[in-house]
Design a binder for this molecule. Structure first.
Ligand SMILES: Cc1cc2nc3c(=O)[nH]c(=O)nc-3n(C[C@H](O)[C@H](O)[C@H](O)COP(=O)(O)OP(=O)(O)OC[C@H]3O[C@@H](n4cnc5c(N)ncnc54)[C@H](O)[C@@H]3O)c2cc1C
Length: 339
């Protein structure tokens, strides 16, 4: 087994994105099982971070990693904005210099594109959306979900390096380590005019109610079957304290609810005390946004729905019929309390 694992992270403002922190959690586990000793954390930047910010990033990696880390700030002014072609060029050169056994990225749109291009250039196997792994005869077997979590594929790449994208939240890192992090700044001056970045716009919705809510009532495609489903959900939210409305992606795609309600990998990450999932199948991309929920109640008409694997309480029912019963029961209980 070779020595190096290359983790390629991304910034969220001036901090590591949470899915980049998860890369370190993955490196901790796989190094323990397969004996990797060298962890390289590459972070593309435009070169303007400043020493203080770089120090804070190094500190967060130090707290998460159980191994010594070489943190490489890959600098190019064009990395101010995501540039998949240029980043692939830079990473290809970097990989040929460092010879890592594993190259792992967060499972984001940008990095799925880069993972695919890089694996083609290196003739390396790629496994996207990795959720877990086990080791058999000193070989890793990676797990990924298919068909919205109904099937699990087990994949063992035959040749290295292995290019992986890791699902958000699948490999949480501890926060109490104090590993050595050596900072290196490396300039990548190549330019690439095959891709024009025209701009970035911050979402106009800066609503933080979902992140602050203690209870989230989340609607999925299954709710659409019932009439007045939104009224029913609003009624439930009205009777619960500090509750907010969430949704799975199909409802936002169908413009039934705004994207600010979307929970998941490409939506909001939430950690309420109670998460009520109504008519949601439990696709990995949705679970990635609600992993932090303390208690999950799932209502689904399909007893085999994957969401039940994550649920603390499973209600096999038509959600549109279940909600009025829930509201009725609440009012009955409250009026008993009054008497
Ligand atoms: C790159 C990428 C990123 C993505 N990001 C996200 C994301 O951030 N968030 C997200 O949510 N999705 C995301 N998705 C989509 C995700 O893969 C799933 O398609 C989506 O989460 C499914 O939503 P759903 O559970 O509402 O719908 P479905 O998978 O269609 O499930 C509907 C469920 O409702 C149940 N049902 C039907 N009728 C009833 C009823 N009357 N009562 C109770 N239950 C009923 C069904 O049994 C089923 O389990 C992403 C996909 C990709 C490829």
């Amino acid at each position: 087994m070779g020595e190096n694992i290359l983790l390629v992270g991304e910034l969220d403002g001036e901090r590591l994105s949470s899915s980049s922190e998860d890369l370190v959690g993955f490196a901790n586990s796989i190094s323990k099982d397969l004996g990797f000793t060298g962890i390289i954390f590459a972070l593309p930047t435009d070169g303007s971070l400043g020493r203080e910010t770089e120090g804070k990033i190094a500190e967060s990696i130090s707290k998460a990693s159980r191994n010594k880390v070489e943190l490489v700030f890959m600098e190019n002014p064009a990395f101010e904005h995501p540039h998949p072609l240029l980043l692939t060029d830079a990473l290809e050169a970097f990989v040929l210099e460092k010879h890592p056994e594993i190259i792992s990225f967060p499972h984001s749109t940008l990095y799925c594109q880069i993972a695919a291009s890089l694996s083609t250039r290196l003739a390396a196997p790629v496994v996207t959306g990795v959720e877990a792994f086990t080791c058999k005869n000193a070989q890793p077997v990676f797990e990924r979900c298919l068909m919205n979590g109904r099937w699990k594929a087990l994949v063992s790449p035959a040749a290295s390096p292995w290019v992986l994208t890791l699902n958000c939240g699948a490999f949480a890192a501890p926060n109490e380590q104090n590993s050595q992090v050596n900072v290196i700044r490396q300039k990548f001056l190549k330019t690439n005019d095959r891709y024009a970045h025209l701009g970035m716009e911050q979402s106009t919705v800066q609503d933080s109610s979902l992140e602050k809510a203690e209870v989230i009532v989340s609607a999925g495609r299954g709710m659409l079957a019932g009439p007045q489903w939104l009224d029913l959900i609003r009624e439930v939210i009205g009777i619960l304290k500090n509750a907010a409305l969430g949704a799975s992606r199909p409802l936002c795609d169908a413009q039934m609810l705004p994207y600010s309600c979307q929970i998941g990998e490409t939506g909001r990450q939430v950690a309420p005390r109670l998460y009520l999932a109504l008519g949601i199948s439990g696709a990995p991309q949705h679970l990635a946004g609600m992993r932090g929920a303390q208690c999950v109640i799932a209502v689904n008409s399909d007893p085999d729905a994957p969401i039940f694997n994550r649920a603390d309480y499973a209600v096999v029912a038509n959600a549109a019929e279940f909600l009025p019963l829930l509201v009725k029961k609440y009012h009955e209980t409250m009026s008993e309390g009054d008497n």
